[in-house]
Design a protein around this ligand. Structure first.
Ligand SMILES: [Zn+2]
Ligand SMILES: [Zn+2]
Length: 507
């Protein structure tokens, strides 16, 4: 990137890290991302004071994106008034993208959804309440830190939740008898797992009566099913967590999708005049998703946790706490498939097991907007001429995700009350302070900007060759490292080059 220092006018072409979180794409970047997650996990786990939210001052970029989103909301209202569904769909997608961008920019809290509340959904809600009536209900106190025991111990909790069994598996995770293994339930459970985890936290807070905070990761087991590990701040009795997991369920109020009505060459067709998908023979329009949802007598699917619930008390600052932070973040640099052991050395049995699960995921709708609905004779939300029956770009259907399409890291809002950017900035500040304290003057100019950045193009005369850029970057890192080591030595912070000291704290 070309970096322009707006204060001095100096222009540099600097190499910029790719920022990948995947080890097979870029190890150094993935490593760095994982370390940041470790810091985030560690900081919130054993907090003994309530993290106070800092007042949010929107940045210029955040403001810009918010303004763009406000424009889209207005455009959406117009398109709805005009009944232009295609425009509505496009705007909805654009807003989804902007919301993602805003989250990436560190905007927290609920982003206003586009759809006005659906009246039908409100009417149904009493029958479809997903309360867990077997659990005690306490008013939720405005407290997120755990209790202190014996005057000084503040234990916290490590929790693992798994899904039910779908049939026996061997030590390699592959089904012993693939023909009787319930791949359909496995596929649906995987797709709806994040909602189940959400319900679990809702029930937990209601049941224990305080605002429980967690840092959790969703990982595949060897059998390919997702499971959930979480660091929880504070102690919740094991029996209580077990009871909550047992009472928690998520009902999927979608149209039934057990029998495929269309397959092969016989697929629904788009009718340009009716602006709808129709049956290829009768030419009758298929029911829309909402129509098909109108008179459901029962949910299409219900997800529950399996009986295996592991709960462990962990004391802050112990070696055990550190080990569990490592455990929580261990697979974040791998794809779901890799983490499930489906690498190059997977056996034929493992491959066959994965193939069957993926085949089921391919015909399992992932959302109300999924093109797979057309195979079951239902028009997905937002269907249009370009929708292909049975085809959906959703991550859930892709072989490498095994149905685990959502976020891999789930962090509650009041965990540390810091964004990843906040944590990043803190690490840089830590190093700067250490250098300052030790009186180490960096042997190179530090520009403070403000900077403007622009992309370089291949063939720009001011862009050095790749080897030159890399050598520059390496020598710069070496200087930083030497300065840091000197500062540590001066501050008496232990031997330089000690990975455990520098690795976690150096920016
Ligand atoms: Zn990289
Ligand atoms: Zn889909």
């Amino acid at each position: 990137m070309r970096r322009i220092d707006l204060a001095t006018g100096r222009v540099d072409v600097v190499p910029v890290p790719c920022g990948s979180t995947r080890e097979d794409v870029c190890r150094p970047c993935a490593d760095k991302a994982r370390r940041l997650r470790m810091t985030q996990c560690r900081e919130g786990w054993h907090l003994d004071e309530e993290p106070v939210p800092a007042p949010a001052v929107p940045s210029a970029l955040q403001k810009e994106v918010m303004a763009a989103r406000a424009d889209l909301h207005a455009a959406y209202a117009r398109a709805r008034a005009d009944g232009d569904e295609e425009a509505c769909d496009e705007i909805r997608e654009a807003v989804d993208e902007l919301n993602e961008e805003l989250r990436a920019l560190g905007v927290r809290g609920r982003l206003a959804p586009l759809d006005p509340p659906d009246k039908a959904a409100v009417k149904r809600s009493t029958r479809r309440r997903q309360d867990a009536p077997d659990l005690p209900r306490r008013p939720v106190e405005n407290r997120t830190v755990g209790q202190v025991y014996g005057g000084r111990y503040r234990p916290s909790t490590f929790l693992t939740l798994t899904l039910d069994t779908y049939g026996r598996v061997g030590g390699d995770g592959a089904a012993v008898d693939p023909d009787s293994y319930d791949y359909r339930r496995a596929a649906r459970d995987a797709i709806h797992f994040p909602r189940l985890v959400d319900r679990f936290w809702q029930n937990t807070r209601r049941c224990v009566g305080w605002d429980v905070q967690y840092f959790g990761t969703v990982e595949p087991q060897r059998r390919g099913a997702p499971h959930f590990h979480a660091a929880i701040r504070g102690t919740i009795p094991r029996a209580e967590l077990r009871a909550i997991a047992a009472a928690t369920y998520h009902q999927v109020w979608w149209p039934a999708h057990d029998q495929q009505r269309y397959r092969g060459d016989r697929l629904p067709r788009w009718d340009g005049t009716a602006k709808a998908f129709v049956d290829p023979d009768t030419r009758d329009p298929l029911p829309t998703f909402d129509e098909a949802c109108n008179d459901l007598a029962e949910p299409a699917h219900v997800v529950r946790f399996g009986t295996q619930v592991h709960v462990k008390g962990i004391l802050g600052g112990t070696e055990e706490a550190g080990r569990h932070v490592g455990y929580l973040t261990k697979y974040l640099t791998k794809s779901v498939g890799q983490a499930a052991g489906l690498g190059e050395d997977a056996t034929d049995r493992q491959r066959e097991h994965a193939r069957r699960l993926v085949a089921e995921l391919r015909v399992t709708p992932c959302s109300p907007r999924c093109g797979v609905w057309l195979l079951y004779g239902v028009q997905p939300k937002g269907a249009r001429s370009s929708t292909t029956p049975g085809v959906c770009k959703g991550k859930a259907h892709k072989p490498e995700h095994l149905g685990i399409a959502g976020r891999r890291v789930l962090v509650s809002r009041k965990w540390s009350n810091k964004t990843l950017d906040d944590h990043r900035a803190e690490r840089a500040a830590f190093v700067r302070q250490l250098l300052d304290r030790a009186g180490v003057r960096p042997g190179y100019a530090v520009d403070d900007g403000p900077f403007e950045w622009e992309r370089t193009n291949a063939g720009d005369p001011d862009v050095p060759t790749r080897p030159v850029l890399l050598l520059h970057a390496i020598s710069e890192r070496q200087r930083w490292k030497a300065d840091y080591a000197a500062a540590q030595l001066a501050a008496g912070d232990g031997p330089p080059g000690d990975r455990s000291a520098t690795g976690d704290q150096a920016a």
